[in-house]
Each structure stands twice: as structure tokens, then as C-alpha cells.
Design a protein around this ligand. Structure first.
Ligand code: 5GP
Ligand code: MN
Length: 341
């Protein structure tokens, strides 16, 4: 975890005098870290008496609809006008868990036009230049971990309660794959230990997130692994692709494919995994890797996306057949990087 300079803390404090109207915004297709860091910061600011609103560009899946306060989040999909009004009329926007304004999807333009001061708290590489204050640290496991550090350095301990701690824990837990990815550090576990001191019930939260699936979702997973996974041992790569029709066959609900992309990585020798899901207008791509193979770079170069070294995403415009042929066609050019130890 990198240090946050005292001058940065002072800058944040100076934006919080005069009782600003505050908005917290996070990325499209919000994940557990996006929501956990948003809600954790929300409760901490509310406990201080601030006026605070929250926006996600679109809706979030059921398995994340349990965090305290999640019902107060305004969705840019189901309540676009309200979201636009909030972005335009607040004084200060905390931007959490994203590095570029285009991660706000259809809210990007309104966000760029907003006169509000912007504070970024994030852990993705290469933050854009939209924030007035940029707190970006790729060495933390999650945005939630960075928010926790900031809250403590701001001397907000007295405003931290169990709700804050639960949300921050959920953010860290989900972005580390329940502490299984290489993204967690000694500092992460120190933070987790502090969170447990606030009374967080880690087993309950694990259960709410990971043991909350429908039978349809489990069957979809089985189908994907048995019928839809292609393995390329010569490239240490495996991928899964799912069409809209196949999703419909399993009564797909948002969130059902969460985590599918990780499964191929548990095959011996596989270092690079991809998941392609057909959407209304494009193919959504998810990439994961182990070790030095940089999927952020691959997502940026070929799939109009980005992310982290070992977890990234993007989009492909075209049919699933075209996407899969395109992806398979890329593999030879990455062979050296994929097979290097
Ligand atoms: P996921 O595969 O779970 O959707 O996303 C994994 C990581 O890639 C996350 O850190 C997310 O922020 C990033 N990511 C996913 N989709 C996109 C995208 O379309 N564009 C960019 N820039 N990043 C993405
Ligand atoms: Mn994150």
C-alpha cells in the first residue's frame, strides 16, 4: 500500500469544508468492490452529517443487493434523469474504482461537463486527468482497501461503524476472489483484521456473496465447462463463449456469469483465460491471467477495454463466431509471452 501524502489529505479536507453536496459514483457493471467502496464511504460521510448521494451507471446483480444502504443507490439505467441531475448539481464527486471517465458509460458526457470537484480513489493503472485530486494506487487489492486507508488518515475513525466495515470488507473480499488472487498483500490482511475488530461477520458475508446462486446458474456453469470451454494447451490458454440464446436457455439473470472466467485458470498449465458473453449490441469480454501475462494490455489493444495486469475486460463488435475466430487468431502472436515461465 502506497503512502497518501499529507498534502493530499489537506486538499481533500479543504474540499469538505462549507458542507458540500457530495456524490459518490462508480463504474458501469459495478462489482463488489465498486459497491463496497461506494457504500463504505457513503456511510462514513453520512455519519458526519454530509448530504451524500450514490450513482452506479447501471443496475447491479442480486448477489450484491444486500450491503447496507444499497437501496439508496441511484441507477443511471433505471433512473437516468435523476442520475444526470445529481451529477450536474453536486459540489463534489468521489470517483471510485475506475480510472477513465468512459467507464461511466452513458453518464460519461454529463460527468465530464459537471462543474463539481472530483476526487478519484482507485487502484487501476494509468488514471486519466479528470480528477482534481487523484488517489490512485495499483499496489492495493481493491478500491475498498484504499478508501479504508483514506478514511483512517482523515481522522474519521469515530465515524466508522459496522456498516462501513462490512461494505469495505465486501469490497476487499470480492476483488481478491475471497483472498485467493495474488492481489492481496500483508497490508490487506491488516486491514481485514481491523475490519473484524468492528464486528464484521466474515462467514455471513462470504455466504451472502458466494453461496447465493440459483440452480439455473449452477447448471449454466456446468454447461459452459462441459460444452463451451475451448482449451489450447500450446498457448496455455482456455476460453468460454456464451450466446444470448444459451443464456436464455438457463433463465439468465444479471450476475449469473460472475466468476465463470476464473474456472479455466484452475486447469493445470493454463495461464490465460477469457470469457465472452453476447450482449444486446456487442460481445462483452473478460480476461484473467496468472503471472506476468498482461491482460490489461491485450484488452486495451484488441478489445477497446482495460483493467489490471491479471484481470481486465473489453468489448468486441461482431458475431460470436467472428469474436472467437479473432481471439484464436491473436494467440499465435502472444505465444512467446504465454509460454514464458
Ligand atoms: P470483469 O472481467 O470482471 O468485467 O472486469 C475485470 C477488470 O477489468 C475490472 O478491473 C474492470 O474494471 C476492468 N474492465 C472490465 N470491462 C472493462 C471495459 O470494458 N473497459 C475497461 N477499461 N475496463 C474494463
Ligand atoms: Mn476494484
Amino acid at each position: 500500500m502506497q503512502k497518501i501524502e499529507q498534502s493530499t489529505i489537506s486538499q481533500v479536507k479543504s474540499l469538505l469544508v462549507n458542507n458540500p453536496k457530495i456524490l459518490i459514483i462508480t463504474h458501469n457493471n459495478p462489482d463488489g468492490d465498486a459497491l463496497g467502496s461506494t457504500l463504505g464511504l457513503f456511510h462514513c460521510l453520512k455519519n458526519q452529517g454530509f448530504w451524500v448521494a450514490m450513482i452506479t451507471p447501471n443496475d447491479f446483480p442480486e448477489f450484491l443487493q444486500w450491503m447496507p444502504g444499497n437501496e439508496l443507490i441511484v441507477s443511471g439505467f433505471s433512473a437516468k434523469n435523476l442520475a444526470i441531475d445529481r451529477i450536474t448539481n453536486v459540489d463534489l464527486i468521489f470517483c471510485l474504482d475506475f480510472n477513465q471517465a468512459n467507464r461511466l458509460a452513458s453518464l460519461e458526457e454529463t460527468f465530464n461537463k459537471s462543474k463539481a470537484k472530483k476526487i478519484l480513489i482507485d487502484h487501476h493503472p494509468n488514471p486519466g486527468n479528470f480528477p482534481d485530486i487523484c488517489i490512485s494506487d495499483v499496489t492495493v487489492s481493491s478500491c475498498a482497501e484504499k478508501v479504508w486507508q483514506l478514511m483512517n488518515l482523515m481522522d474519521w475513525k469515530k465515524y466508522i461503524d459496522l456498516k462501513v466495515a462490512e461494505c469495505i470488507f465486501a469490497g476487499i473480499m470480492t476483488d481478491t476472489g475471497a483472498f485467493s488472487f495474488n492481489s492481496s498483500t500483508q497490508d490487506t490482511y491488516k486491514v481485514v483484521s481491523e475490519l473484524l475488530d468492528y464486528g464484521v461477520n466474515k462467514d455471513r458475508i462470504f455466504d451472502l456473496v458466494y453461496n447465493n446462486f440459483s440452480a439455473d446458474r449452477m447448471r449454466l456453469l456446468g454447461y459452459c465447462l462441459e460444452q463451451k470451454m475451448k482449451v489450447f494447451p500450446e498457448y496455455k490458454t482456455a476460453f468460454i463463449s456464451i450466446t444470448k440464446q444459451e443464456l436464455n436457455n438457463f433463465n439468465f439473470k444479471s450476475g449469473d456469469t460472475e466468476g465463470f472466467v476464473n474456472y479455466p485458470l484452475s486447469i493445470k498449465g493454463i495461464k490465460f483465460a477469457a470469457l465472452f458473453i453476447e450482449n444486446k449490441s456487442f460481445i462483452k469480454a473478460s480476461f484473467r491471467s496468472k503471472g506476468a501475462f498482461n491482460v490489461n494490455e491485450l484488452a486495451k489493444t484488441h478489445f477497446e477495454g482495460g483493467g489490471h495486469i491479471n484481470a481486465a475486460g473489453g468489448e468486441f463488435k461482431g458475431s460470436m463466431e467472428e469474436n472467437n475466430a479473432f481471439f484464436e487468431g491473436l494467440l499465435p502472436s502472444y505465444k512467446n509471452k504465454l509460454i514464458e515461465e
